[in-house]
Design a protein around this ligand. Structure first.
Ligand code: IMP
Ligand code: MG
Length: 180
């Protein structure tokens, strides 16, 4: 599929097929269900926009009661990290004393996660854990890690399954690399 606006194109084959993603989400959900067994309710804090597809699939496989809440974090323009994280609360959950599971699309430089975690800790939640679909550990500029990682990938820019390039490709059911 060609990008009509520029020279970047989707890879012919997906990096991660729709089936592989769903299979991995089953495993992640089983792990999270075991780790939170007995928790009466957790706050599923979805980081917009990229994590929305992943969160919909993951959340429906979790067995504990969830409160769905949303924040917006934006640090990319096109395929470049701007270095500045624009963070905005979309819903206004009470986090004090609650177990918070942050759902992210991808951990890249680590800036978004670092900023989000420090903001969340200010509200004294009972716990904060991060579940990210993708992790690019080779890209880290600040220390950041996720408790739950779907797939560890190389430094290439990827789109699909919620991830965008300038707001496009989020609806693709698989993850593709952009090739120039
Ligand atoms: P970080 O703050 O650099 O870790 O960036 C995390 C955010 O950058 C993610 O939530 C994405 O929105 C965006 N991002 C990083 N790498 C990619 C990519 O390969 N494809 C699409 N978005 C990405
Ligand atoms: Mg993005």
């Amino acid at each position: 599929m060609a990008d009509p606006d520029g020279p970047l194109k989707l890879s012919a084959e997906p990096l991660l097929s729709a089936a592989a993603i769903q299979e991995r989400i089953e495993e992640l959900a089983a792990q999270i269900n075991a780790d939170y067994a007995g928790a009466e309710e957790i706050v599923l804090l979805v980081v917009l926009k990229g994590a929305v597809v992943f969160a919909a699939d993951l959340g429906r496989r979790l067995t504990m009661p969830l409160r769905w809440e949303f924040v917006r974090a934006k640090s990319y323009q096109g395929a470049q990290s701007t270095g500045h994280v624009d963070y905005r609360r979309i819903t206004d959950p009470e986090l004090q004393g609650r177990h918070v599971l942050v759902v992210e699309d991808i951990l890249d430089t680590g800036r978004t996660t670092q900023k989000l975690r420090s903001r969340l800790e200010e509200e004294n939640p009972a716990s904060v854990a991060l579940c990210t679909l993708l992790d690019k550990p080779g890209q880290r500029l600040v220390p950041a890690a996720a408790e739950y990682v779907g797939f560890t990938i190389g430094p290439k820019f990827v789109v699909g399954y919620g991830l965008d390039h300038d707001e496009r490709y989020r609806e693709l059911p698989a993850v593709y690399t952009l090739v120039g």
